[in-house]
Design a protein around this ligand. Structure first.
Ligand code: ATP
Ligand code: MG
Length: 383
């Protein structure tokens, strides 16, 4: 038997809900998820992160203080995970640290993307080599710097006989299209992009309307509140008309675009204001909007495919039902059907990016991001 080659992937997504860790063994050709771990953020950290999504006062101090604070939180979580797994830091070859995105502006003359959760601090605190800053080089090469996961999806979910989609429903939703051999013969290639908002707007609207549902959660559990309302066609059409959805790929987006201000601007439209929609109707509309934006992208790329879902949105039963209804001709299931826990796919991908860095494997996909060449992503930070 090959000796284990253990890497750890660390993801803190745009929902700012918590830290996802994946322990992955790369001893064979197929990456094997050994264990995963989740540490939720408390309200204070959640608020500190989300308050940095848009320009505001004293950003620099707040951002870089949080850069260090998150590294400490990441390190604590890693120590607990190692203890649970009865492992030592020396058992882990490297940690792939995505960090926490607080700003992503790929479509401007001086494009940039900013992930915090200091890799150097993390390496010193854990005594493990950290690979991080994965998005920078792709962006320096003219790419979107996102999504970075399609290359990993292709390795794990590809199926020669069928077209495959992997849909990650996080704060923002992204899809990877893995064409079948037949489709490749017809000129189709690997594609991946952010298809729009995932849970983000539903989370925002849920928290803004606490008085309506009395839940202390930051998300609409199972979409029950959305299910108590009725989706409204006029509002749905207005949201779907947003210019992001007609942009060609490569494209990526973030919380600096799909945020409460974006939603309020649409709700303030005179044609919507006169409808006097209830907050639950608006939540129902946002849920349908999320499902349709995902389904539209899939339908535009293939008319028969397997669709693997992952990310926190798969726990929203109402959203999953709506997606099934929108995709009746497709085989829709969770990534768990391929033995990969749907909550661990993203973190696993960052373990792979760390592995790819160590092995000098090209890890970006120019066809996905628009970068001018293939390259190995990331920088190394040593204890
Ligand atoms: N039981 C549930 N019911 C409804 N929604 C849920 C449930 N569990 C999780 N979620 C949603 O999933 C979100 C977290 O998902 P996830 O961690 O995949 O997103 P993320 O951190 O933004 O990651 P990404 O980097 O992919 O954007 C929560 O904010 C919530 O909206
Ligand atoms: Mg998350």
């Amino acid at each position: 038997m090959n000796k284990a080659q253990l890497y750890m992937g660390l993801m803190s997504g745009t929902s700012a809900d918590g830290i996802d860790l994946a322990l992955v063994d790369f001893a064979t050709n197929t990456p094997k998820l050994i264990a995963s771990y989740y540490q939720a953020y408390n309200q204070d950290i959640h608020q500190k992160i989300t308050s940095l999504y848009n320009p505001d006062i004293n950003e620099l101090d707040r951002a870089f203080k949080l850069d260090a604070e998150l590294a400490h939180l990441f390190a604590q979580t890693i120590k607990q995970f190692l203890q649970q797994q009865q492992l030592q830091p020396s058992n882990i070859i490297a940690i792939g640290n995505h960090g926490q995105t607080i700003r992503h502006r790929p479509n401007q003359p001086h494009a940039f993307t900013l992930q915090i959760g200091c890799c150097q601090t993390l390496a010193c605190l854990t005594n493990i080599k950290v690979i991080g800053q994965f998005r920078q080089k792709d962006m320096a090469l003219g790419g979107q710097g996102a999504p970075l996961v399609p290359a990993f999806h292709q390795m794990v979910f590809n199926d020669n006989d069928d077209d495959v989609f992997v849909v990650n429903i996080g704060g923002i939703a992204n899809i990877s299209y893995l064409p079948s051999l037949n489709a490749i013969k017809q000129g189709k290639t690997l594609i991946g992009y952010d298809c729009g908002t995932g849970n983000a707007l539903m989370d925002d609207w849920f928290v803004l309307n606490k008085a309506e549902h009395h839940s202390t959660k930051h998300y609409d559990e199972n979409g029950y509140w959305a299910a108590s309302g009725q989706a409204e066609l006029k509002l749905l059409t207005l949201l779907l008309n947003d210019k992001y959805f007609s942009l060609p790929a490569p494209k990526s987006t973030g919380r600096e675009y799909f945020n409460p201000t974006w939603l309020q601007q649409h709700l303030a439209n005179p044609s919507i204001k006169t409808l006097n929609l209830s907050p639950a109707d608006i939540q129902a509309t946002l849920l349908k909007f999320t499902a349709i934006t995902i389904a539209n992208e899939i339908k535009s790329l293939s008319n028969s495919a397997k669709v693997y879902l992952c990310g926190g949105g798969v726990h929203n039963k109402t959203l999953k039902n709506e997606l099934n209804q929108q995709l009746t001709n497709y085989e829709v299931c969770l990534t768990n059907h391929k033995d990969i826990d749907s909550d661990s796919v993203e973190a696993m991908a960052f373990a792979w990016l760390a592995y790819a860095y160590n092995k000098k494997i090209f890890s970006n996909s120019p066809a996905v991001t628009g970068a001018s060449k293939k390259t190995t992503l990331g920088c190394a930070f040593y204890p």
